[in-house]
Design a protein around this ligand. Structure first.
Ligand SMILES: [Fe+2]
Ligand SMILES: [Fe+2]
Length: 378
């Protein structure tokens, strides 16, 4: 298949080889002590004088969002005792642990025993939940931006409900970190770069593509994975509730962009494909959790090499894209421009999810809040 190479990997993601570990690790967060971070947003705030609610699917989603709000303070069992080390040990026992059957001889992890692996589990959880929290703040900011920049009244209405959802998500992840876990991590540099790119892009649909389709699509898969792997009841409940909101958010992105992309030119679609690819690489890079290895005091590159060679690693990594790929397909992004993005997703090893369920309708089945309320009312 002829692939247009006019924009090189280097221009898109700052390196030629997507798997170049040195280049990935060279990007680090150097502002770990900063208390605030400013990004210039370039989009216009748009008033619309057309108040007609003509977009039925968005209108339905808005009505659904209004009745699916939950309260992070009163709807979660915050009195649950969490012994983090015991939880990590229970999680490792329940799940087929990623590194369990690997021969570590000759690697930097050769001398690790149970103590180190438990500590790694603890740090990894602190890191993961911290990144979820920072990502949720990114979603809060992006969605507030969509309220301003999207030209359609139905989308402004819906986005306003999502702003509330995201505030609640930041709140519950932050509270869980503060009261149940044992430490925070600053935002990962790859995630920060991606959020900065999304927020600073002046085109309103790029906010949706970056946040609702890519970041939230990945979050939905990652929350689902953690929900399945976790043995801790409070975290499981928290994730169930956050996921039921996230499924609506991804649907919001897919429904809005479907309409908008239908009238874009081929070069404009190609720019969206490149943006999706760049976002995918940034998110993949962040999952190497380089800061955790640093905090564990081992050679980071050596540890990441071990991690990348774990037999289950490709499955875990590609699973994170199980929501993104079918949604990109539904939006026509996979096959436009001679299949440019299909080729890239094949290179990243995630194309096999193209026919998985897209999230345009999935939010109906994931409404855990409504299910719990119905059960409580019986
Ligand atoms: Fe969220
Ligand atoms: Fe969200």
């Amino acid at each position: 298949m002829a692939i247009d190479q006019t924009t090189s990997h280097h221009e898109l993601i700052g390196r030629d080889d997507v798997n170049d570990i040195d280049a990935i690790l060279a990007i680090t967060n150097t502002d770990v002590d900063e208390a605030a971070h400013a990004v210039r947003a370039e989009g216009d705030a748009i008033f619309t004088w057309d108040y007609e609610q003509s977009r039925t699917a968005l209108h339905r989603l808005y009505e659904k969002a209004k009745t699916s709000q939950w309260n992070g303070t009163t709807d979660l069992p915050w009195d649950t005792e969490v012994d983090q080390e015991a939880v990590v040990a229970a999680n490792q026992a329940q799940n087929n642990f990623l590194y369990e059957n690997m021969d570590m001889t000759g690697t930097v992890l050769e001398h690790w025993g149970d103590k180190e692996w438990i500590e790694f589990g603890v740090q990894s959880q602190n890191w993961t939940l911290s990144q979820f929290m920072h990502g949720e703040q990114g979603a809060l900011i992006c969605t507030a931006q969509i309220v301003e920049t999207v030209p359609w009244i139905d989308a402004k209405y819906y986005a306003s409900t999502q702003v509330m959802d995201e505030a609640r998500h930041v709140e519950v992840f932050s509270r869980y970190l503060d009261t149940k876990l044992s430490g925070h991590y600053p935002i990962n540099a790859h995630l920060k770069m991606l959020l900065d790119d999304i927020i600073s892009d002046s085109r309103w649909d790029m906010t949706y593509l970056g946040m609702q389709v890519m970041v939230e699509g990945l979050a939905l898969a990652a929350f689902g994975f953690m929900h399945q792997m976790s043995t801790e009841p409070l975290l499981k409940q928290l994730l169930r509730y956050v996921m039921s909101d996230e499924a609506r958010h991804v649907a919001f992105g897919v429904l809005s962009l479907q309409e908008y992309y239908a009238q874009l030119s081929a070069p404009e679609i190609r720019e969206r494909q490149e943006f999706a690819f760049e976002a995918a690489v940034r998110m993949r890079d962040r999952f190497l959790q380089q800061e955790v290895w640093e905090r564990m005091g081992v050679d980071v590159k050596g540890a990441i090499k071990v991690m990348m060679s774990a037999p289950d690693r490709p499955i875990f990594q590609s699973m994170l894209f199980s929501k993104i790929v079918p949604n990109c397909k539904k939006l026509g992004l996979l096959d436009a421009a001679d299949g440019w993005l299909r080729e890239k997703f094949t290179e990243l090893g995630v194309i096999q999810f193209e026919d998985a369920m897209d999230t345009g309708e999935e939010y109906e089945t994931l409404d855990e809040v409504a299910k719990d309320r119905a059960a409580a009312a019986v």
